[in-house]
Design a binder for this molecule. Structure first.
Ligand code: NAD
Length: 295
């Protein structure tokens, strides 16, 4: 089976590495040469455009930052659909608007090919271990076609429904993650100001009703060490909250918590932390409270 992989970032690179390690024939493309070279050293074939990646491929995976870039990679001058063969499948692992997934799936169909939305959850460590949760929007037959790739990437693969429905559940999940991370940062800062040790807070809250993935995945590994390399970047969380907010606006659904949370990430971006992990929002709280939550 010939597989293409476009977008070798924090998530795409470990996923592509797993496909290579499983022995799949892999063609790759990214704007960052170092990422492509790292994959080439593992036996992947570097290509100069998305169209070249798609040429002859049975499955093309994409893991890209946002809708505009994804659209360009799929529909652009040197895009995937220029060369994708009839019967081939695009598996989009990015987080984008549901309506963008539906539009691109429609364009793929016109070429006699198909495209599913398969956004993921579980972070970089989940991608490295092949333990992601994958939320698929598309037909059952398209999901079955994607299995030879998805089985190496995820432990829990859900068929959510038609095209776009994988993105719908993903934006709901990430609305919650964004709000939970900001809330955990706020609460830990207050605890620190009250003289509580970081480890004490984590030990007890992780076994109590205030626990969340944001707390258990981010406290000890990022916040307590003061190390904020992503992980999941502030810019991407900001984008995901935007996906939820704009989708909710289009249906007149109020999102007061999500909108406030987005402003917390806007503050972090304004402070130059866009490429840092989402847990770095704690720095804003720490500055205001004049305390630090560090081991
Ligand atoms: P990233 O910014 O680390 O990686 C994106 C990659 O795409 C980069 O290597 C970049 O060079 C490449 N790229 C950008 N424009 C390109 C183009 N035109 N052609 C080819 N490559 C291009 O982002 P990431 O963290 O890997 O996230 C990728 C997607 O997965 C995003 O949609 C994100 O929301 C989602 N996601 C991320 C995480 C996480 O924990 N990082 C978790 C779940 C989902």
């Amino acid at each position: 089976m010939k597989v293409g992989f476009i977008g070798l970032g924090a998530m795409g690179r470990p996923m592509a590495k797993r496909l290579r390690a499983a022995g799949l024939e892999l063609a790759v493309f990214d704007l960052v040469t170092a990422a492509v070279e790292e994959m080439a050293a593992l036996g992947a074939v570097p290509k100069a455009t998305p169209a070249q990646v798609a040429e002859g491929a049975d499955i093309v995976c994409t893991s890209l930052p946002n809708s505009a870039i994804l659209k360009n990679v799929i529909l652009g001058e040197d895009g995937v659909l220029k060369t994708l063969k009839p019967g081939a499948l695009v598996v989009d692992l990015s987080s984008v608007e549901p309506q963008v997934s539906r539009q691109l799936a429609g364009a793929a169909k016109e070429k006699g090919a198909a495209m599913i939305d398969a956004p993921v959850s579980g972070g970089v460590s989940g991608a490295e271990k092949g333990a992601l949760t994958i939320m698929v929007g598309g037909t059952a037959a398209e999901l079955a076609q994607a299995e030879p790739v998805l089985q190496h990437l995820g432990k829990k693969i859900y068929h959510v429904g038609d095209s776009g429905s994988g993105q719908a559940i993903k934006l709901v999940n990430n609305l919650l993650l964004g709000a939970n991370m900001a809330a955990a940062a706020e609460a830990l800062t207050l605890g620190s100001k009250l003289g509580l040790k970081p480890e004490t807070m984590l030990d007890i809250i992780s076994q109590s009703s205030g626990s969340s993935y944001a707390l258990t995945a981010k406290a000890a590994n990022f916040i307590f060490k003061g190390e904020f390399a992503p992980g999941f970047a502030v810019d991407l969380q900001y984008k995901d909250l935007g996906l939820a907010i704009s989708t909710a606006q289009s249906m007149s659904v109020p999102l007061p918590m999500g909108t406030l949370a987005q402003q917390i990430y806007e503050i972090a971006r304004a402070k130059g932390q866009g490429r840092e992990d989402i847990s770095s929002v704690i720095k804003f709280y720490e500055e205001l409270a004049k305390t630090e939550v560090r081991s």
